[in-house]
Design a protein around this ligand. Structure first.
Ligand SMILES: Cc1cc2nc3c(=O)[nH]c(=O)nc-3n(C[C@H](O)[C@H](O)[C@H](O)COP(=O)(O)OP(=O)(O)OC[C@H]3O[C@@H](n4cnc5c(N)ncnc54)[C@H](O)[C@@H]3O)c2cc1C
Length: 453
């Protein structure tokens, strides 16, 4: 093949950008060359780094700098505000590209099957995260009227949600939170935040550093009940075999034995409490019923039949994210992922020719940004192997201009990488008068205008 290899990547989150990077670092990139087009439904790239990671984690947002350098490469184009399949279908992509990689991540909340989950005041963490991160497609207000709040789940998303609920609006002001989020947080009445886990300290899924950061806020008093520190043989084995789990358990132990201080917002980390019902009155959340659990020797827990009702005004369910099935691709309902082998999409036991997946849509919604890099490398290595062995299909219109003409003809208002620079400057300019690094622009129309779409 004398022309460059043409690859479409759908989803410009970390996995998609790392996949583009891997393609450009490959031998094929030198000769005959690789050209990559990223299609992203948001007007801006970066996926959950922009619309998931909490605003008070600027250190992690530094990863954007590395991803920036990838997107700066001339062989990569970004087509933002382009939705698969509404704006471009699989057949369209096949007409333009030798291969298509899907890296569409995860956006929604996993269901929690307990009664009362639909009550007013029972919220999915993903919805709250989308609000405070200024996602373009969600309402701009959030009811923060409850003074006692539950967060269900013991992973990093639960920590983010609990921390944002427990911090003051002014603590979050130096971050990039949009004006409507600052105004909303100013009205936040939460004084007690109760985080609940079914299992024990050794089974918590927090990252040690994220957990310790909870204690750095001058407005948050983190409280752990000494009764909740318990280990069985399975837990001890987990601690021995997993350094992170051991560090988390040690931090929790230290917090359990110290005196409770007087910081204004109390954040309780409860273990061995399994939520069994969200309690309501007149359609609104008024509490949570939990069942006390106990370790069974293996690190798992069983119910003790001892129930407790907690008086609470809102419940946030942070029990995991969920990916959306992608039209025209096979789907595994059980795992909520596209079935694959080494990143090759598998349908009826066969590789769906020239079609690949990477990131959370492939592995499920677990793991940090850095984990998507190895995943992208594996997918790309198999794609290149298929290319080297003549297993890719041949597109009918491989010329790069054909895609632009197609989108223009469809009247899709797409953004570009240059457009991101314009949006970036506009957000920085918004922050400057307040001495802030940036303030996010949230409305889709405003983002498109700032990007010059
Ligand atoms: C609340 C939260 C906080 C987190 N905090 C951290 C943290 O602090 N540190 C850390 O390392 N990791 C964190 N993570 C994990 C990290 O965000 C993920 O590991 C990573 O974003 C997964 O990358 P991805 O590219 O697979 O998916 P995503 O980041 O979800 O990117 C997928 C992209 O595809 C786009 N897309 C989806 N569907 C379509 C479609 N149909 N057409 C076109 N485009 C589409 C999406 O808009 C998105 O831009 C957090 C995750 C969550 C949920």
């Amino acid at each position: 093949m004398s022309r460059p290899l043409r690859v479409a990547i759908v989803g410009a989150g970390p996995a998609g950008i790392y996949a583009a990077d891997a393609l450009l670092k490959s031998e094929v990139a030198a000769e005959p060359g690789v050209s990559v087009d990223l299609f992203e439904r948001m007007p801006a790239p970066f996926g959950l780094i922009r619309y998931g990671v909490a605003p008070d984690h600027p250190r992690i947002k530094g990863i954007i700098t590395a991803l920036h350098q990838v997107l700066d490469k001339p062989q990569i184009r970004l087509f933002g505000n382009v939705d698969y399949p509404n704006d471009i279908t699989l057949d369209d992509l096949r007409a333009f590209y030798d291969a298509v990689v899907f890296s569409t991540g995860a956006t929604a909340d996993r269901a929690l099957p307990v009664p009362g989950v639909d009550l007013d005041g029972s919220y999915g963490a993903a919805d709250f995260v989308s609000w405070y991160d200024g996602h373009p497609d969600v309402p701009r207000t959030w009811p923060l009227t409850a003074d006692k709040v539950a967060v269900l789940g013991v992973g990093n998303v639960a920590l983010d949600v609990a921390r944002v609920l427990a911090k003051t609006a002014d603590e979050l002001l130096p971050t990039e939170i949009p004006a409507n989020v600052y105004d909303g947080l100013k009205l936040n009445q939460a004084k007690e935040i109760h985080v609940f886990g079914r299992r024990g300290p050794a089974q918590a899924k927090f990252s040690p550093m994220e957990l310790r950061e909870l204690d750095h806020s001058p407005s948050i008093e983190v409280i752990v009940d000494p009764e909740d520190i318990d280990y069985d043989e399975g837990s001890i084995a987990t601690r021995r075999g997993n350094k992170q789990a051991d560090m988390v358990a040690k931090t929790l132990e230290n917090w359990a034995i110290r005196d409770v201080g007087d910081r204004p917002h109390k954040l309780f980390l409860h273990f061995f409490e399994s939520p069994v019902e969200i309690l309501g009155e007149d359609g609104k959340v008024v509490g949570l019923r939990t069942e006390r659990t106990a370790l069974d020797g293996t690190g798992n827990v069983k119910g003790t039949g001892e129930f407790k009702d907690w008086d609470l005004g809102a419940v946030y369910r942070a029990v995991g994210y969920l990916s959306d099935a992608l039209p025209k691709l096979p789907w595994d309902e059980a795992t909520g992922t596209v079935p694959d082998e080494g990143g090759r999409v598998i349908e009826n036991g066969e590789h769906l020719q020239s079609t690949y997946v990477t990131g959370w849509i492939r592995r499920g919604p677990i793991g940090l940004i850095g984990h998507t890099k190895g995943d992208a490398n594996e997918t790309v290595s198999n794609l290149l192997d298929d290319h080297a062995n003549g297993r890719l299909h041949t597109p009918s219109s491989p010329a790069p201009e054909a895609v632009e003409a197609f989108l223009a003809e469809r009247q899709v208002r797409y953004t570009t990488w240059d457009g991101w620079y314009r949006l970036d400057s506009a957000e920085k300019a918004l922050g400057e008068p307040q001495g802030r690094e940036r303030v996010k622009i949230v409305e889709r129309e405003d983002m498109l205008r700032a990007s010059g779409a």
